[in-house]
Design a protein around this ligand. Sequence first.
Ligand SMILES: O=C(O)COP(=O)(O)O
Ligand SMILES: [Mg+2]
Length: 229
Amino acid sequence: MMQWSNISAIAFDLDGTLIDSVPDLAAATNATLAQCQYPPVTESLVLSWVGNGARVLMQRALSYASGMAENTPELQALLEKTMPLFMLYYSEHLHTHSRLYSGVITTLQKLKQAGFKLAIVTNKPYRFTLPILSAFGLDDVFSEVLGGDSLAKMKPDPMPLQHLLGQWQLDESQLLMIGDSKNDILAAKAANVMSIGLTYGYNYGEDIGLSHPHAVCENFADIEQYLLS
Ligand SMILES: O=C(O)COP(=O)(O)O
Ligand SMILES: [Mg+2]
């Protein structure tokens, strides 16, 4: 039975949930576009492209800048050539302009203190995830960290959540996914676990409520009402 009191472990999305990372993702995108002689794009456009990992972000950016459709061989060839530039630039500027959303540290600490097992399940490449967590003082908070390339499939596939269920020997009713994107809610539904959608992050400009999570919160601290009482 799905109820809040059963929850003993929580999987958190990273981008748009714990940290506002779009300023650094936009800088890396624009540095890469500049190398191809394309003009820069706005942060709000980049925001609308985030959610399916670094490669899909650059695929969307290159398609926009070049006018080529995403699935053409020409665009794929350009993507192959430019991805290393994006990865290098971003790896060197992971947290120059990014910031934690308000309430994140305090609420995470309360949840950890209350005994919840906490994990990161992000579509961001794994190699970027640990340094970012560390830069924001979050390295001791999570006992599992899964990146978009940690397993064969990323969200919205249920694989990362199913991996956690197996790793922690949990029943589906014990795990909660919290995120800002429909990919988080779709992954939770496919894994048959509960979910909370946050309204302040990146969801392709769509209302997260349309994905029907079990609850919708406007602030990170608002998740406490379901978990701590
Ligand atoms: O990197 C992305 O595209 C999204 O990352 P997230 O899964 O942490 O929101
Ligand atoms: Mg997100």
